[in-house]
Design a protein. Structure first.
Length: 248
């Protein structure tokens, strides 16, 4: 079988969790509540692609102004303005509705700008439910959005804002359409906070199961610490031995 075409995120520790990266062309949904690190992860994904892997990218902003993002990115040592100057990055400030409409148009100016710099990656910040203008199913609307990204062969990360702290309650129609889902969470632990990341789905691609902790480090970005697990065969053997022991 041919080797899978994987897109390395370049984020420290994340490619190990993803067993090499994200399948090229996948739509990755990064879901989580406010403050979990969705924007930082998405911006780093595009930045690392442009800086390390010669894959220009687009960052689409709905709420954060480009100047503020440039300022915040500088805290991690990411010079977004320089990448824009040399044609490896394009930042677009728009609305969610226009973004959805743009991706459904064959003559989309947004996609034309992406093609102009040879974009291979795209990140959409602050995505919320994508209802159709006529009140239709948001899954259908998101499916059309995903089709537009697939058509341009863009490997995408879309940050989905969740208002639920319980992942089971946070299931959204968009999750059924996305190829890969990464769920971020944050919880207080004594006087600190614990950040964790879990890949809950990735079509046609294996990944490390479970929740993996991560930190957001000034001057660097994200650092993910893969959860150490026993091989699946050994896990089954241990469970069987435990059941046999408890039933004896």
């Amino acid at each position: 079988m041919p080797e899978p075409d994987l897109v390395k995120t370049g984020i420290k520790g994340l490619d190990e969790v993803l067993f090499g990266g994200i399948p090229r062309g996948n739509i990755t949904l990064v879901a989580g509540t406010t403050g979990t690190g969705k924007t930082t992860l998405g911006v780093e994904f595009v930045y690392r692609g442009a800086r390390q892997f010669n894959e220009p990218g687009v960052i689409v902003l709905f709420e954060v102004a480009p100047d503020k993002l440039i300022r915040d990115a500088a805290l991690f040592g990411w010079d977004l303005r320089e990448l824009e100057r040399v044609g490896r990055l394009k930042m677009i400030f728009t609305t969610r509705q226009l973004f959805q409409q743009e991706l459904q148009r064959a003559d989309s100016p947004l996609l034309a700008e992406a093609a102009e710099i040879g974009a291979r990656r795209i990140f959409g910040e602050g995505l919320v439910r994508v209802p159709e203008s006529n009140g239709g199913d948001s899954r259908d609307a998101f499916h059309l959005l995903a089709e537009g990204l697939h058509r341009e062969n863009l490997t995408a990360m879309l940050a989905l804002e969740s208002t639920f702290t319980d992942p089971a309650a946070a299931r959204a129609p968009e999750e059924f359409v996305a190829d890969t889902i990464v769920r971020l969470s944050i919880e207080p632990v004594q006087r600190a906070v614990l950040r964790s990341l879990e890949v809950v789905k990735s079509r046609g691609h294996e990944y490390a199961l479970g929740r993996h902790t991560f930190r957001i480090i000034n001057g660097q970005g994200l650092e993910v610490y893969r959860r150490v697990q026993a091989p699946r065969g050994l896990q089954r053997g241990l469970r069987q031995a435990f059941r046999a022991w408890t039933s004896s």
